[in-house]
Design a protein. Sequence first.
Length: 244
Amino acid sequence: MSTFYRSATFPRAWVFLTIFLGAVSAYSRTVTWDAVPFPTDSNWGGPTGQPASISSNEVVLDGQPARSEETFSGPFVFSCDVSLDARNASDGAFWLFFIPPETPLDHGLTNSVFFQLGYDGNSGIDTTGLFRRSGTGPDTALWTITNPLSAGTTNHISLGVAADGTLSLSLNGQPYSLPDTALLPFSQFQMQIQGWQPDNFWHVTNFTAVPEPSTVGLVGLGLAGLLVGSRRRKSGGGTGSVGW
């Protein structure tokens, strides 16, 4: 009898594990980037850079944006690694925008929440932060820190969106406490990334879009419960047939 239950439990474990991995895979999302032209309504009079160079695992930004083909919603966590070749301009920044779906491709963004990883060679103060852009007025700072930015150094960014729009942020493994105003005002969104100024080359790699850990955790708890149930039936010594 014990041999029968042992042989039955292993197939069940594999089935449950397959279900779990399949659920995680179903929640995980690919990110496909398309190069976006420099805004035609911009009043910037300097160089506009070059189109983003895009491959399956890297986007290189030189002044012009790239936008995700996919539309996302919370709960959601986007992670990526970002590095700057060299500080080739007086100031510069990497921007990750959350924008409403179907925002015009060739116009400046007037409705967004965005993350900035920036430097300023003039003031000597490098700023990382979250900002809100609404209309054509100045951006509203939601949260900022002074964060020295070194060329050639990889920065790991993880930005989460809860189901209610609440934002969370981790930078290089360090989570930060954000204010209550750090909210995404739209339930669905696309992402857009941009490096500034032109001649600053930003490399974006290892980009992933996955569910919140709590979502995966619930699936994992369900798997654990099913396995426990199998073990209890084994220890109980019942004679009922097991159909697998």
